[in-house]
Design a binder for this molecule. Structure first.
Ligand SMILES: Nc1nc2c(ncn2[C@@H]2O[C@H](COP(=O)(O)OP(=O)(O)OP(=O)(O)O)[C@@H](O)[C@H]2O)c(=O)[nH]1
Ligand SMILES: [Mg+2]
Length: 325
């Protein structure tokens, strides 16, 4: 075990709550700029304190509206909050276009809030990898909570599980199609279900349907998902939603599963990073190494099949020894 990595200038600025530097670092993470890695390394030992809460669910169910409500609730209680909205569909825009999408209201200049949108642009390591780094930056910056909204894609919603310790799945009355979505994966990720728009008819019925569905499902690790209704529009049910989130966070601590979950998450992250790095290095070698280029020619001419080529490449071993810093 080596000592703590030296603080970079940018790391020091984040710890001193420099918002401009924080924003710059988030962009660098989003762009997968390797120059940010020394800062991420330096900050890692100072993270692990913030609780990350995921808000997932189909398009337009009121995720951002609920997030607004939670934000106000937490600020009123004096807690600091970082918000990350992940949009899988939009191309990189420097995070401006999404501003409309999250429609978050906040006190301008409130130092206890930092809001950021992220485009995912098909990161090799997945959206989870970049989002995880961003939540860590917000953690190091000193936020008590980081709320992550994922926007309208089942796959991304599932990835929120890799980032958040508590996942809220938001639905609306008249579940119909959403029940199908649930079967496709949302169901497994939810620690808390929130049927929003309870000002519309059918919310209680939807909650009842969910309750039945859940009673059929296996309970995972001793936690039975909470189901509640809310109307973000009318500010109804927000405190209860937060109480359910807190209950799950408490459960993680009391059941002793937080560390195990965190360990699994880190394992997935490291495997993802290794895959990204090895894939990148290999692609480089394939471009540069004449032997590999020769191998490719033989695959092209059907002399060697792709699977045998993989075997040959793996047998040749890594081009560069793996160094553990
Ligand atoms: N009636 C009613 N409408 C609501 C409620 N909450 C949100 N809405 C409306 O639903 C629409 C979508 O709300 P958002 O909060 O943007 O929903 P979202 O899930 O974040 O949407 P995307 O990020 O685009 O997937 C808006 O027109 C809101 O005004 C609610 O409790 N009741
Ligand atoms: Mg939204």
């Amino acid at each position: 075990m080596r000592g703590r990595p030296r603080l970079t200038q940018a790391a020091r600025q984040v710890l001193a709550q420099d918002r401009r530097v924080l924003g710059r670092l988030i962009s660098a993470v989003e762009n997968r700029d390797p120059k940010v890695i020394p800062t991420l390394r330096a900050l890692y030992p100072r993270t692990g304190r913030a609780r990350v809460i995921g808000i997932a669910g189909p398009l337009g169910v009121g995720k951002s509206s609920l997030l607004n409500g939670l934000l106000a609730h937490l600020r009123a209680a004096g807690r600091t909050v970082g918000v990350v909205a992940v949009d899988p569909s939009s191309p990189f825009t420097g995070g401006s276009v999404l501003g409309d999408r999250i429609r978050l209201e906040r006190e301008p200049g409130d130092p206890g809030v930092f809001i950021r949108s992220m485009a995912s642009r098909g990161h090799l390591g997945g959206i989870a990898a970049a989002t995880l780094e961003v939540t860590r930056l917000l953690d190091a910056f000193g936020m008590d909570f980081v709320l992550v909204e994922t926007v309208g894609s089942g796959q991304v919603d599932v990835e929120v599980r890799e980032v958040a310790s508590t996942a809220v799945v938001v639905l609306v009355p008249h579940l119909g199609d959403e029940v199908q979505t649930l079967k496709a994966g949302l169901f497994e990720i939810a620690d808390v279900f929130c049927v929003n728009k309870s000002d519309l008819p059918g919310a209680d019925l939807a909650a009842k349907d969910l309750r039945e569905l859940i009673s059929l499902a296996r309970s995972t690790g001793g936690w039975t998902p909470r189901i509640l209704t809310a109307s973000a529009r009318d500010g109804v049910g927000i405190a209860e939603l937060w109480a359910a989130i807190e209950a799950h966070e408490r459960f993680l601590d009391e059941a002793g599963t937080r560390a195990a979950t965190e360990r699994r998450r880190l394992s997935a992250e490291i495997v993802g990073l290794v895959t990204e790095r090895v894939g990148h290095d290999l692609a480089e070698s394939l471009r540069r190494d004449p032997r590999l280029s020769n191998l490719l020619d033989r695959v092209l001419s059907r002399e060697v099949d792709p699977h045998s080529a993989v075997e040959q490449i793996l047998r040749a071993g890594p081009r560069r020894p793996i160094r553990v810093p």
